[in-house]
Design a protein around this ligand. Structure first.
Ligand code: 1YM
Length: 644
């Protein structure tokens, strides 16, 4: 990169300043407090650029007593004052009165400008009641005054025999433009100090004449010192001692990059990104490249050293959790996006950064195994914490919204959804059927509760006895809505309660007992239409490479008759399932569980039969087991909606 000097002929002239006063927001983001301070950042950036390019080492910023006017001085070369070749006025005047006048349009003049080099000065001038530029250069002192972007004096030589060189810009923002024109000393102080971290040789003095305070900033340690300060600010304890520091001076197109990175115990990620020393608060393509690189470098390191946990998935967020870092990318022609122009938009920056960072970071981890392992441990810890907190959040949500999740029966295989309207529970007979059902279910919406021991006949028992019965109390706990007088349907955890029993007399018996229990103690579940019977098949008929399922003997006979009527010689095999436990989970799924394919029977009591139902229940559930069985069989197979 050449350190050459500017002369008037290098300046391109594009436009006048009227658009800036008409639509200030387009140039500085807005006319509020950030917009006001943006004026100062523009002038400071020009001075910092001069320092970054190696011509200046000192900047002094003074907030004057009125709190609304500022001077910025540097000891650089001084803005050129030679006569502009086409405009026939001094270059200084061109820079301060012409929009888009700057050196950045020609790559041969580019050094490391903030992208607005010289451009910003005219915007500041346009939006200031008064602006005075003083240049010390070539042994003289020169001065020119402006009001709202218009020169009120010519460029005048005010002294000769001047030693040294530099630029001083005094400006007072226009009250007609800004909501308020009071500067915030604390904002300015912070902004200036950050600049000195990003340029270790730069010294900045800030004189706040509103308070009489004077601050001096100089951080020889550069971003390493900045990092230490950030760790303190975030109260982030590092998990490894030496940070990863990268200084890449020779990237594509004369770009360069400075970066520091360290993992800490902080639960968050903190990345301060800059382009040409200008903060990119909204991130952008360079941050994407940074994330790409960190993810793949840490992953590659963990893979190579067999540090990846087998049972725990590691996400990109886990890798970056607790990471504190600073990245400053220097590039030509940065394009900024968004209202306040704080997001980098150049697509090339992504691969530029990731290319420069990935390999270096991986090598660093390989060369410093203690650090590498500490980082890997932190990443795994983040993944575990994420996992645990998600599980805890789900538990709390259930507990607070639908039910007491923590009191759920141990045998319940719950569904993930916490929305009762989309959730269903299958109450299944026996552990082996429960196992098939668990494998065949959609765990998002379908819960499985296996019943093992004997279900109590509720018709003959007191409430106390009912609750002492393990199986029934499991049902009550799983449903979450209470029982008897305490039943509260708003706490019901599933809006489909599906009884899934073997298609035999034992299965029917249990179904009967459960329905009796619901009828006696949780009647609203039936009245509101939450209770269903599943219909698992009893037979499988295989014919011509196809399978058919029959719910019962009659169903089977009908299927066989149909097969034979289409082909007299059809060969078929039939299998009778002894129980649900024998069925393959996939078969159970497609015949009985899958909402798309299954047939359910809704249990309901028709209005006109209320009285007789009451009679039937007490009659049937009293003593006569065979009567019960007949009742269920008759009702369950004949109608789609079972009437008890
Ligand atoms: C208090 C603000 O603006 N300093 C400053 C600005 C410029 C130069 C030096 C400068 C740059 C170059 C050559 C160059 C500017 N130059 C231009 C333009 N301080 C402050 N100090 N000579 C002097 O970039 O090659 C715009 S600003 F347009 F001439 F390049």
């Amino acid at each position: 990169m050449s350190k050459r000097s500017y002369t008037g002929k290098d300046i391109q002239v594009l436009e006048g300043l009227e658009p800036v006063r008409k639509r200030p927001g387009m140039f500085i983001g807005g006319t509020g407090k950030p917009g006001l301070h943006h004026l100062l950042w523009e002038i400071v950036d020009n001075a910092v650029d001069e320092a970054t390019n190696g011509y200046a080492s000192f900047i002094e910023v003074t907030l004057h007593r009125d709190g609304r006017s500022i001077s910025v001085a540097d000891n650089g070369r001084g803005i050129p004052i030679d006569r502009h070749p086409t405009k026939k006025i001094p270059t200084l005047e061109v820079i301060l009165t012409t929009l888009h006048a700057g050196g950045k349009f020609d790559a041969s003049n580019y050094i490391t400008s903030g992208g607005l080099h010289g451009v910003g000065a005219s915007v500041v001038n346009a939006l200031s009641e008064e602006l005075v530029a003083v240049v010390k250069r070539d042994g003289g002192t020169y001065e020119q005054r402006f009001a709202r972007g218009i020169p009120v004096t010519k460029l005048k030589k005010t002294a000769s025999g001047t030693r040294g060189s530099g630029t001083i810009i005094f400006f007072r923002p226009d009250r007609d433009i800004f909501d308020s024109t009071s500067f915030d000393g604390d904002w300015i102080r912070n902004h200036l100090e950050v600049k000195t971290y990003l340029n270790g040789t730069l010294r900045i003095v800030f004189k706040d004449d509103t308070s009489g305070q004077k601050y001096e900033f100089h951080h020889e340690g550069g971003i390493v010192e900045y990092q230490e300060r950030l760790l303190e600010e975030y109260k982030a304890r590092p998990v490894h001692e030496n940070p990863f520091v990268l200084k890449q001076d020779e990237l594509v197109d004369g770009s360069r990059m400075e970066l520091i990175l360290q993992w800490t115990e902080s639960p968050k990620e903190h990345l301060k990104s800059f382009v040409n020393g200008i903060p990119t608060l909204d991130g952008g393509t360079h941050e994407q490249g940074f994330r790409d690189a960190v993810r793949s470098a840490v992953r590659a390191y963990m893979d190579t050293h067999d540090l990846m946990p087998r049972k725990q998935d590691i996400g990109a967020d886990d890798i970056r959790e607790g990471m504190v870092g600073i990245m400053n990318l220097f590039m030509m022609n940065p394009q900024f996006q968004g209202q306040t122009k704080e997001k980098l938009n150049n697509p090339s920056a992504r691969s530029l950064v990731s290319g420069a960072l990935r390999i270096e970071l991986e090598q660093f981890l390989n060369r410093h195994p203690t650090t590498g392992e500490a980082i890997a441990t932190r990443v795994i810890q983040a993944a575990r914490a994420r996992h645990a907190s998600r599980a805890a959040a789900t538990a709390v949500r259930r507990k607070t919204s639908v039910s007491h999740r923590l009191n759920l029966p141990g045998k319940l295989a719950d569904c993930s959804s916490t929305d009762p309207s989309e959730s269903e529970i299958f109450i299944v007979e026996g552990d082996s059927a429960g196992g098939s059902a668990k494998q065949g279910r959609d765990r998002m919406y379908q819960a499985i509760l296996p019943l093992r021991g004997k279900v109590l006949n509720a018709e003959q028992a007191t409430l106390k006895k009912v609750m002492d019965n393990k199986e029934l109390s499991n049902v009550v706990q799983a449903l979450g809505c209470g029982i008897g007088d305490h039943l509260n349907l708003s706490r019901l955890r599933y809006h489909k309660i599906i009884l899934l029993m073997d298609a035999d007399s034992d299965g029917n018996h249990i179904t009967t007992l459960l329905l009796t229990f619901f009828y006696r103690y949780m009647r609203a579940l039936i009245d509101e239409g939450y209770v269903y019977l599943a219909q698992p098949p009893l037979y499988r008929i295989d014919a011509a490479k196809k399978s058919y399922w029959a719910l019962d003997d009659a169903d089977r006979d009908e299927i066989i008759a149909k097969l034979q009527s289409s082909n007299r010689n059809v060969k078929f095999e039939q299998q009778r399932f002894k129980g649900l436990g024998e069925m393959m989970p996939a078969t159970l799924k497609s015949t009985t569980l899958d909402p798309e394919k299954r047939r359910l029977l809704l249990v309901k009591i028709p209005e006109e039969e209320r009285l007789s139902t009451e009679h039937t229940i007490s009659e049937l559930m009293g003593k006569d087991a065979s009567a019960r069985f007949r009742f269920i069989m008759a009702n369950a197979t004949e109608v789609d909606e079972l009437d008890v």
